[in-house]
Design a protein around this ligand. Structure first.
Ligand code: AMP
Length: 550
């Protein structure tokens, strides 16, 4: 029996139409540093989106061509987020933190036809352009330096000014009817190893993911909210917040390039932000700033944090010092990115809440999870057995763009490369990464756990733990520690003693190295491959303690 329901496609266009009319008076605010922020209503956003679509069409974007963005989080980037998919083309957010070689490779692999570049990033993009042959048009957004723009034109590509293009374009666009399964946007994974891989989102996946983000059990977004996505729009679609905001009527407060802790606290204070979203490094920096300088963050109802494990010490500090419950979430570029979100179940109170809040959270409705074993067997989801998390769902990628990567899939499930447990209620608890685990004497040691514990030490600013070869045990952990600038001297013995009553003795590291900074990927995650290389090349000063007595 067939249903009697209408088959209306789920598209980015429908989110755009709804948000810019139902919430015409809501706004996107863009930080400008010391000057007052720029403000644009969602009604104005709708008109400018139509102008941008007309302008792109005049540059030959008329099918599913890729249009890249090389931009900060701001109102113009938001216009690109809506105009490009809604006209049937494919939004391709380029990661400004990668090397020109990598961006050039990615733009070429995706076949970008045009790229919108923030004026402040023109010098950087000038280095990309010679490596990006498919790019025919560069559109510069923001007040541009004439010489810098001329330097782009020397590449032989057509260079346009964003505002001039919009001024010359009609203010309405005949939005096409789109197949909800067609491509809307793409993002390349920044992966710590191997070449970047392209994930292509559909209109349908974006739509469903946005609804997921709005759910009460997720971000509970509504018209009451003012959302501050510090997570870049070039990284996993800023966790879908730009789409969820227009769906729910929430205002957007965009930091542009002003992402120092002081600027973020200023935005929260002045714009009465209710939800901030960013990686742990951001909220750790903000915490330090609040402690040192102060600031009013009382408008916040939560801070969403993901991308790396959020240390429990940070969550507890926000709760104890500011009465603020942070929301930990897990996901990947491949999962749009929201996979799971950590709220304690109803009725859980007191100390018991932390077990849930510090987990990676409960899988979203429609995202299924299971655990893969070493030999491809499926392990029990009993909350105890650890294995590689595999997921599938309507906003999980089933392949990569022009890259079959069979090793990333298992009978139609995505292998996440993350290792942990799953319980019957769907709570994910990561203990490590498949590519980043330490197996000592046949038993796993969680580098993440050691890092979290070390980062709870008052003298430790950052700590990264890697597995290094060991004659006796196969592998042992090495702790690379960055001390706080204001910390007094602290010895490896003291740090190990600090850990010793928290974890089994056999897991305590013998090897310690004090470093100036943990190497990071372009999106601020620990880049352990670099640490491993430095260790292998003998570039780390390592202090080796006698094994801890059993
Ligand atoms: P990306 O595709 O760059 O967003 O990276 C996805 C990866 O980041 C995941 O596979 C995890 O390894 C890691 N990750 C994301 N969120 C978390 C989290 N809450 N806790 C620990 N690791 C995370």
């Amino acid at each position: 029996m067939e249903s009697t329901m209408m088959d209306i496609p789920l598209t980015v266009t429908s989110i755009m139409r709804y948000g810019t009319t139902a919430f015409a008076g809501k706004e996107v605010v863009t930080c400008t540093g010391d000057a007052p922020p720029r403000r644009r209503t969602y009604a104005a956003l709708g008109e400018r989106t139509a102008r941008l679509a007309n302008a792109l069409r005049s540059l030959g974007v008329d099918g599913d061509q890729r249009v890249g963005t090389f931009m900060w989080n701001n109102a113009e980037h938001l216009e690109a987020y809506y105009a490009i998919p809604s006209m049937g083309a494919v939004l391709h957010t380029l990661n400004i933190r990668l090397s020109p070689d990598q961006v050039g490779y990615i733009a070429t692999h995706a076949g970008d036809h045009a790229v919108i570049v923030d004026a402040s990033l023109v010098p950087l993009f000038a280095k990309v352009l010679p490596l990006a042959d498919t790019v025919k048009h560069v559109i510069v957004s923001g007040p541009a330096d004439a010489a810098a723009v001329r330097s782009l034109a020397e590449s032989g590509r057509a260079v346009h000014l964003y505002e001039e293009l919009l001024d010359d374009a009609p203010a309405s666009f005949d939005w096409p009817d789109l197949d909800e399964r067609s491509a809307a946007a793409m993002c390349y994974t920044s992966g710590t190893t191997g070449l970047p891989k392209g994930v292509v989102y559909s209109h349908r996946s974006m739509y469903l993911h946005s609804m997921g983000a709005c759910l009460g059990n997720a971000f509970a977004m509504s018209e009451q909210d003012r959302i501050l996505p510090v997570v870049p729009q070039f990284h996993a679609n800023a966790w879908g917040l730009a789409y969820a905001a227009l769906m729910s009527g929430a205002d957007l407060v965009m930091p542009d390039r002003y992402m120092t802790p002081a600027a973020i606290v200023g935005l929260i204070e002045n714009e009465k932000v209710t939800v901030g979203a960013g990686v742990p490094t951001i909220w750790q920096g903000v915490l330090a700033h609040l402690r040192a300088v102060g600031g009013d963050i009382s408008s916040l109802r939560t801070l969403v944090c993901g991308g790396s494990a959020l240390p429990e010490s940070v969550m507890r500090a926000y709760a104890d010092e500011f009465g603020l419950v942070m929301t930990h979430a897990w996901g990947m570029t491949e999962t749009s990115p929201l996979g799971s979100i950590a709220h304690e179940p109803a009725g859980v109170t007191g100390e018991a809440v932390w077990e849930y809040r510090t987990s990676q959270g409960r899988l979203f409705c429609t995202i299924e999870g299971r655990l893969g074993g070493d030999d491809g067997e499926i392990l029990p989801s009993d909350g105890k057995t650890a294995g590689e998390i595999e997921v599938r769902g309507p906003w999980v990628t089933g392949s990569y763009y022009r890259d079959s990567a069979p090793e990333k899939f298992h009978d139609g499930w995505l292998r996440t490369g993350d290792v942990g447990t799953l319980d019957a209620a769907g709570f994910v608890r990561l203990t490590d990464r498949a590519k980043d685990v330490i197996k000592s004497g046949g038993e796993w040691i969680s580098s993440m756990e050691l890092e979290n514990l070390l980062m709870a030490h008052p003298s430790v600013a950052e700590a990264a733990v890697i597995g290094v070869p060991d004659e006796k045990w196969g592998e042992r952990p090495l702790a690379a520690v960055v001390l706080r600038q204001d910390a007094g001297p602290v010895t490896p013995d003291e740090l190990r003693a600090f850990l010793s009553d928290r974890i089994p003795r056999w897991q305590l590291p013998e090897r310690w190295s004090f470093i100036d900074e943990v190497p990071k990927t372009s999106v601020g995650k620990f880049k352990k491959t670099t640490l491993r290389e430095q260790y292998a090349a003998g570039q780390l000063d390592v202090i080796k303690l006698a094994p801890a007595p059993h």
